[in-house]
Design a protein. Structure first.
Length: 255
């Protein structure tokens, strides 16, 4: 398959099962999330985010091209320091979000994994770090899937940032994480450009190295599996920790 067509197909697969198609994110964006759901959203999304840099390193360590490898290292540097966008370490800002909804950092870090989370983690680590698996499987099903995610914004224009700030009433430290990801309708131009640049790097890696029918088939199969596991993970969080009879979180009103 032509490389440009192949990458467009991957982008289409990601878009069709983007986060906003998940009932979990629809519930949060609608302002219906309870404190218990948001606490467990943090607890059970944290393991995925915490291993993101390992996934980057797993691919980067096997990437032949120096310039593309530097791009992954720069991505990793931003994730671990926040220095390029002026924020903090990204995973720390997610822990700050958890604390703002009432779950201590040690609880998040030490929480047992849901089976669905374990399966998704195992897929990601295998696709990105297993030297018996071509690294383009990890680029397609982990790195592009995350970096190429469309903004998490509903039809009314509400984003994860705006709903955390304006509906759930989180303080600035609590919604800082959502400023620096595909979760904001008001991200700075620098943040938006950086996100686009990261996704474009993944696409270039795939154009250059996923260069046979066999590799393309395996990359698409890996992405298909990742999308299914990802939505099972989302559904498990909503199914286990959401009761619509509980009142939605309103921190500002409670203050």
């Amino acid at each position: 398959m032509d490389s440009d067509r192949f990458v467009r197909l991957l982008d289409d697969m990601i878009y069709e099962r983007r986060k906003m198609t998940s009932p979990l994110y629809q519930t949060i964006l609608a302002g219906r999330a309870t404190q218990r759901l948001l606490q467990n959203f943090c607890i059970h999304r944290f393991p995925i985010k915490n291993l993101w840099t390992r996934n980057l390193m797993g691919v980067g360590s096997r990437l032949p091209d120096y310039d593309l490898r530097v791009e992954l290292v720069t991505n990793l540097y931003e994730e671990e320091t926040g220095a390029l966008t002026g924020g903090g370490r990204h995973v720390q800002t997610f822990l700050d979000f958890g604390e703002s909804v009432g779950v201590p950092q040690d609880v998040v870090v030490n929480a047992p994994l849901l089976p669905q989370t374990r399966r998704l983690l195992d897929h990601n680590l295998n696709a990105c770090g297993n030297t018996n698996v071509h690294f383009t499987e990890g680029v397609a099903s982990v790195l592009l899937l995350m970096e190429g995610q469309p903004p998490i914004v509903d039809r009314a224009g509400k984003s994860m940032l705006s709903v955390m700030r304006d509906v759930y009433g989180l303080p600035p430290k609590g919604y800082e994480f959502f400023v620096h990801h595909a979760s904001s309708d008001t991200s700075s131009e620098a943040v938006s450009a950086l996100e686009d640049e990261h996704a474009d790097v993944m696409r270039e890696i795939l154009r250059r190295y996923c260069d046979s029918e066999d590799l393309q088939d395996k990359a698409m199969a890996s992405l298909r599996r990742a999308l299914e596991l990802r939505h099972q993970h989302f559904d498990a969080i909503l199914g286990n920790f959401y009761d619509e009879s509980e009142p939605p979180l309103r921190l500002r009103l409670a203050a």
